[in-house]
Unconditional design. Structure first.
Lengths: 114, 115
């Protein structure tokens, strides 16, 4: 069984400052990792995914994440945040490619301070 | 291309009643998954349907059921509603098959309130 830990439930950041949202996972098999964003009253939107290959993954809206197998982490970063990045961010894991069952972390609420 | 649509968007029901939620996947997608989102438990996988068959199931009681039609549209049903069933129910669709382009696309959700 897999599990995902998002250590920070809330992260306040000043506008134009960098941000890192942390995600650690636990799995006994190969993993496929995802970051989703949820804006108020909306569903989830995929930011980026790691399936294989390069451990540095670039996604939409200027976000990137690095897969670190030894530390079982998949932290999300953005060098300069905007007010529009205010949302909840979820890290998720799947144990095989094509497994539709995603295991989600508890989410991190990112608040951008003007 | 139209996204995943869910109806209704909001629903208020009374304890003991039953409810049916509907999900229309993106055209061409054959896999439909359902998730429950609550403040206390977060996002939890309910079940997944592929080609009208339940292929995967989460850890929910039998009061939660679903089905998929030949056009890939899916419905989920909750019988004998409890207060704890109040949640945002999200549907997601994908092409399935495990390719490098794999991605689940989520709908806006149905907000169910049980009183």
């Amino acid at each position: 069984a897999q599990s995902v830990t998002q250590l920070d439930s809330q992260v306040p950041v000043f506008e134009e400052a960098p941000v890192e949202l942390r995600c650690n996972y636990s799995s006994s098999v190969s993993v496929y990792l995802f970051w989703y964003v949820q804006y108020p009253n909306q569903g989830l939107q995929l930011l980026l995914k790691y399936l294989s290959g390069s451990t540095l993954v670039k996604g939409i809206n200027g976000f990137e994440a690095e897969f670190n197998k030894s530390q079982t982490s998949f932290h999300l970063r953005k060098p300069s945040v905007h007010i529009s990045d205010t949302a909840e961010y979820f890290c998720a894991v799947s144990d095989y490619l094509g497994n539709e069952k995603l295991t989600f972390g508890t989410g991190t609420r990112l608040t951008i301070i003007p | 291309k139209a996204g995943v649509t869910q109806t209704p968007r909001y629903l208020i029901k009374t304890r003991g009643q039953q409810v049916t939620l509907s999900c229309s996947p993106i055209s061409g997608h054959r896999s439909v998954s359902w998730y429950q989102q609550t403040p206390g438990q977060g996002l939890q996988f309910l079940f997944e349907y592929f080609s009208e068959t339940q292929r995967n199931k989460g850890n929910f009681p039998g009061r939660f059921s679903g089905r998929q039609f030949s056009n890939s549209r899916s419905e989920m049903n909750v019988s004998t509603l409890e207060l704890g069933d109040s949640a945002l129910y999200l549907c997601a669709s994908s092409l399935a098959g495990g390719t490098a382009n794999y991605e689940q696309y989520f709908g806006p959700g149905t907000r169910l309130t049980v009183t």
